[in-house]
Design a binder for this molecule. Structure first.
Ligand code: G1P
Length: 291
């Protein structure tokens, strides 16, 4: 069985929910406290043993490439001033095996993944979506890799969501639980209406896929929103070989919406050594003034 070494991070979306901030700046560069969101995703990949990462990006995304490049002027400045801690922070992001593919006409998540076909070749790989930050004892991507190492089959992460929110997600129709928290799946449905949803188990942004998914993607017609949906290709792959669903039990931060982005900043700010005390005090004082 080939090891899982590669990751695809789709980042070609226009970030319209965060306009005007995302007119010239990539959505993935918006910070949670002091770190761009995409850096959290890359750290999860590296902590899971991923060696090569391809970012599928689009227009106005140069800031992502610059962020993971060296910046000699800044580094020299920090070195001269003896700011060693900051120098370490800046240098940390330059030594990663990162590759970029530009998707000129984004046609959906499935299309973004297909763009990376030749980069991936004939190996299992992971897809990591930037709108979901995960927190657990073990990185979620590592949990998926562990599942793959026992089953040898594609596995994606799911989580129970409130029933009235299922139409924002891909949803699974679970068939049976084959191991603790691992479901064999009957079908995968992209963004069903709540009344049509086969369960409340929603696909969250981590997928481990076998390379056979590319054949399915090549034959997938535009679906929901007239986009090539990864969920649709996964549903057909599941008819050829099992695609399992792994139930994530940790915390998920949805940073793709304004409210999720704000609350995540507060939660991470409460954990950040430089802001936690002041922020806690501020929130307590503010709470007294609200109502
Ligand atoms: C995408 C997928 C969807 C999945 C979701 C997770 O949707 O198409 O199946 O549940 O990510 O965040 P998007 O949020 O890009 O519309």
């Amino acid at each position: 069985m080939k090891p899982v070494r590669k990751a695809i991070i789709p980042a070609a979306g226009l970030g319209t929910r965060f306009l005007p901030a995302t007119k010239a700046l990539a959505k993935e560069m918006l910070p949670i406290v002091d770190k761009p969101t995409i850096q959290f995703i890359i750290e999860e990949a590296l902590a899971s043993g991923i060696e090569d990462i391809v970012i599928v990006d689009g227009k106005s995304k140069r800031s992502i490439e610059d962020h993971f490049d060296s910046n000699p002027e800044l580094e020299n400045n920090l070195r001269e001033k003896g700011k060693d801690e900051l120098l370490k922070v800046v240098e940390e992001t330059t030594d990663i095996n990162l590759y970029f593919i530009r998707q000129s006409h984004p046609r959906g998540l499935g299309d973004a993944v297909l763009t990376a076909k030749s980069f991936i070749g004939d190996e299992p790989f992971v897809v990591m979506l930037g709108d979901d930050l995960m927190d657990d004892d073990e990185p979620l991507t590592k949990q998926l890799i562990d599942r793959y190492n026992t089953t040898g089959e594609s596995t994606l992460a799911v989580m129970k969501v409130p029933h009235d929110q299922v139409s924002e997600y891909g949803v699974i129709a679970p068939e049976k639980e084959v191991a603790d928290g691992l479901h064999q799946v009957n079908s995968f449905v992209e963004k069903p209406k709540p009344e049509d949803a086969p369960s409340d188990l929603a696909i969250i942004g981590r997928y481990l896929l076998t390379p056979e998914i590319f054949e399915e993607l090549e034959n997938t017609k535009p679906g929901k929103g007239n986009e090539i949906q990864l969920t649709d290709a996964i549903d057909t792959l599941n008819k050829r070989q099992h695609v399992y669903a792994h139930e994530f039990k940790g915390s998920r931060y949805d940073i793709g919406s304004k409210i999720g982005f704000l609350t995540t900043n507060i939660e991470f700010g409460l954990k950040h050594p430089q802001t936690s005390e002041d922020l806690k005090k501020y929130i307590k004082d503010l709470a007294k003034k609200l109502d």
